[in-house]
Design a protein around this ligand. Structure first.
Ligand code: AOS
Ligand code: ZN
Ligand code: ZN
Ligand code: ZN
Length: 424
């Protein structure tokens, strides 16, 4: 562990009086605070291994120093995050960027950091060195059966790596599609992709799931073979009960009503979970809640309402993952902000007076509906999130502690100034 527990204790002692005052005022106002704190305590958000290094754009990459150079160091980073916020107890790996050389040792390390392995991600959107066939014209959709087979085999290998670590799901994101009209027969591409996915599906262990991630555009700019939630749901429905649709918040056309998509996927029992991030234009992969925190809140409103209606366990029954990475922030600070934004939105959604909302909806009292939602959204619930963290031994203010203890410098000293994380 990079951080001694006593440092967190000291940090908390200095802030406890002020924190308790704010907490008491919320407790005084809302009888449900205790319940909300407990639900936040149970909630964990998986950290993607590729977000621990500074992301690049196609124009450049500005490394921040002390980036993790190996899977072990990525886990060390997530271990540190989790120690600070107690809500990042899972890591999502990407193969081939994170191939575990010694799975038993990796599992042991994860145990030391208190981490579990979330969904594993396959990669058929890049050609790897020494790869026999190219994915230039797609992978699971490819017109050449040999390319499809290579991509299928890769996905099956990824499942095997996941099994060794205790993951329970594979996320398949395909860059497959076309850049120009006429390049692809849509029906043919769909059918070939479905057949390929069926083979991957067959290789899933009994207790595994496959998450089909969709994306509106990029890197293909005319058509994507899994381009929206309808197409993903079509694949997932045809595949069977272990297949689900994964919603990455940045993968929609502008102004899409994501919360409605979420509500319907949940209703159909086909929502896999999320890649959380935020965006203004496209797949911007910005910090969660940095652009449109209200949308995030509205999504959580649908999640809480829909999961309760289906008697689902908020913490366990969906995949909660972050998929953000960019150029200008310290990746660990950025991830702390993202996790915090998710927990705040969740807490606010839990605060909504659902009984009153139902009544107002039934009475077509549109004004009251809006008032009820916004009353929750406009309540500052940060003390509840901090309290949940505190009760689990985390820091009242993780970001502040990260800075006051100069933890990035510790990482730079340990790993070097010019390290580059494996990944994008
Ligand atoms: C790509 O746009 C997707 O969001 C995927 O989830 C992708 O696998 C991930 O960003 C890692 O490359
Ligand atoms: Zn994603
Ligand atoms: Zn994306
Ligand atoms: Zn993204």
């Amino acid at each position: 562990m990079l951080l001694e527990g006593s440092i967190i204790e000291k940090h908390n002692e200095q802030r406890l009086r002020r924190h308790n005052l704010k907490l008491a005022s919320l407790q005084d106002e809302f009888p449900e605070t205790e319940q909300i704190i407990r639900q936040i305590e149970a909630f964990q958000v998986a950290i993607p291994s590729w977000a621990l290094g500074t992301g690049g754009t196609r124009f450049g990459r500005f490394s921040g120093g002390g980036e993790p150079r190996s899977l072990e160091e990525k886990m060390e980073d997530v271990g540190l995050l989790h120690q600070l916020n107690r809500a990042s107890g899972a890591i999502s790996l990407h193969i081939p960027w994170d191939v575990p050389q010694d799975p038993a040792a990796i599992r042991k390390l994860a145990k030391e950091y208190g981490l579990t392995f979330d969904a594993v991600n396959s990669n058929t959107f890049q050609d790897q060195p020494h790869q026999a066939l190219s994915y230039k014209f797609g992978s699971l959709q490819h017109v050449d059966k040999a390319v499809r087979k290579q991509a299928i085999d890769h996905n099956i290998a990824v499942i095997k790596h996941g099994v060794e670590l205790g993951s329970k799901a594979i996320t398949v994101w395909l860059s497959d599609g076309s850049c120009f009209p006429g390049q692809l027969n849509f029906r043919g591409a769909f059918e070939r992709t479905l057949e390929s996915l069926q083979e991957i599906y067959q290789a899933l262990p009994a207790d595994w799931k496959v998450f089909i991630e969709y994306k509106a555009f990029e890197p293909n700019f005319y058509s994507m073979t899994v381009g929206d939630w309808g197409q993903s749901l079509l694949y997932a429905s045809k595949l069977g009960p272990k297949a689900y649709t994964l919603v990455d918040l940045g993968h929609h056309l502008p102004n899409a009503n994501i919360e409605q998509i979420v509500a319907l996927l949940l209703m159909e029992g086909k929502l896999a979970g999320f890649h959380f991030n935020d965006s203004k234009y496209g797949d911007d992969d910005l910090t969660v809640g940095s652009i449109n925190p209200y949308q995030l809140f509205l999504i959580f409103n649908e999640l809480v309402e829909g999961m309760n209606a289906r008697n689902m366990n908020h913490a366990k029954d969906l995949g909660w993952m972050i998929d953000a990475s960019h150029n200008v922030k310290d990746p660990l600070e950025d991830l702390m902000q993202s996790v915090e934004a998710i927990l705040i939105a969740y807490a606010q959604a839990l605060l909504i007076d659902t009984a009153a909302l139902k009544q107002a909806q039934a009475a077509n009292d549109v004004v009251r509906c809006q008032e009820l939602l916004q009353a929750a959204y406009r309540t500052d619930l940060r003390p509840l999130v901090a309290e949940a963290r505190f009760r689990k031994g985390g820091a009242l203010e993780p970001l502040e502690l990260f800075r006051s203890e100069a933890l990035r410098n510790t990482l730079i000293k340990k790993r070097g100034e010019k390290t580059v994380a494996t990944g994008l």
